[in-house]
Design a binder for this molecule. Structure first.
Ligand SMILES: *Cc1c(COP(=O)(O)O)cnc(C)c1O
Length: 360
């Protein structure tokens, strides 16, 4: 017997998470100077973190021998003010929103359970669900990536525990209309998870519906607008009955001391938040108007480009050689071979990415 058989076959069959390419790997592979490379493949904030967050990290560096608070209360209180939602409905989580997804699946998935994932979308829903024993039903989106709510309802069985919705969706950038979300919340006895990782760049959020429905969870992150991807900090807004159970099974101290302090400082830096939003709104318009392929409308800090009849891998390779990292979407289940996701960067970065696309 191979030792590999110690691991359940369903787990062995999970596809690997494919991250965006790093500057270091790209520099090595193409023989480029790392400082000449621009990284627009992982939807990070091109303005970096808030200076207040950096200061909070420095100020607290000599306290890292101490455990942080177990419930991240200081951060939860700051989030409560920021969102105008009671603290009893908010959980701060590490590592990132991914930690929220994993803890949640661990809490609610039982043998034989199913979850529903509209595709193409963020791949970690499927990984977190399958790693915790669920099977996944994939529902294809309609024209222009619109979520197919009728098909989702048809896919629901007595074993369906969670429907995952991503709004704005990664990689397509569109919002799930609120009436569609309400319809699912009202007709489905399980939980609806709405991922709002990019919601600050959009015109609409459904976070407040958590106060209205006892089966809605909204996932949020400090990795995108707040520019703290390296600290791995996220949060969830959920009904208070669920927070109680969630806190019992979450890994203790999963929000590190430095993440907690940087998170609180980031929330207080309204100027940095506004500047980031303004940069993204201007930049995505610029990219949409100038990239010489079909570019979808986006409510997020990235745009989706369809390079057909060319292939995404071809075009990405050409861009990489020029030191421009973008995201080839072939690893997104159901995305096909011609989609590329481009993070909105600074003005200079956007100019460079457009030039690179024009000369492919
Ligand atoms: C980036 C991203 C996340 C994960 O964020 P972390 O907080 O860094 O784990 C979740 N959902 C979507 C759609 C994302 O794009």
């Amino acid at each position: 017997m191979s030792r590999l058989e110690l691991i359940d076959e369903d787990i062995r069959n999970i596809p690997e998470y494919v991250p965006g390419k790093s500057i270091e790997d790209t520099a090595r592979k193409y023989g480029l100077d790392p400082s000449s490379i621009i990284k627009l493949g992982s939807n990070e904030n091109a303005l970096g973190p808030s200076r207040k967050a950096v200061q909070a990290i420095v100020d607290n560096a000599d306290k890292v021998h101490l455990y942080p608070s177990a419930d991240a209360g200081e951060l939860v209180d700051a989030l409560s003010m920021y969102l105008d939602i009671p603290a009893s409905n908010i959980c701060a989580t590490g590592p990132g929103m991914d930690g929220l997804l994993d803890n949640l699946m661990r809490l609610i998935i039982q043998e034989g359970d199913e979850v529903i994932v509209p595709i193409p979308t963020f791949s970690y829903y499927e990984i977190a669900a399958r790693a915790n024993g669920a099977s996944v039903k994939y529902v294809e989106r309609k024209e222009s990536f619109r979520v197919n709510t009728e098909a989702i309802q048809k896919a629901v069985s007595s074993r369906t525990k969670v429907i995952f919705l991503c709004s704005p969706n990664n990689p397509s950038g569109d919002l799930v209309p609120e009436p569609d979300i309400r319809m699912l919340l009202e007709s489905f006895p399980g939980l609806v998870f709405v991922d709002e990782a990019y919601v600050e760049f959009a015109e609409h959020s459904v976070t407040n519906l958590v106060m209205e429905y006892d089966n809605l969870i909204v996932g949020r992150t400090f990795s995108k607008i707040f520019g703290l991807a390296g600290l791995r900090l996220g949060y969830g807004i959920m009904p208070s009955w669920l927070k109680k159970e969630y806190m019992k099974t979450a890994t203790p101290f999963n929000v590190s001391l430095l993440a907690l302090k940087a998170g609180v400082a980031s929330i207080s830096d309204k100027a940095h938040i506004e500047k980031s939003i303004a940069m993204v709104k201007e930049g995505r318009k610029y990219l949409q108007e100038r990239i010489p392929f079909k570019v979808y409308d986006s409510m997020a800090n990235f745009v989706l480009v369809d390079v057909s009849p060319r292939s995404a891998s071809d075009v990405c390779e050409t861009l990489l050689k020029k030191g421009v990292i973008v995201r080839d979407c072939r690893s997104f289940r159901g995305a096909g071979n011609s989609l590329i996701r481009v993070t909105v960067g600074t003005r200079e970065q956007n100019v460079r990415v457009v030039e690179a696309f024009r000369s492919t």
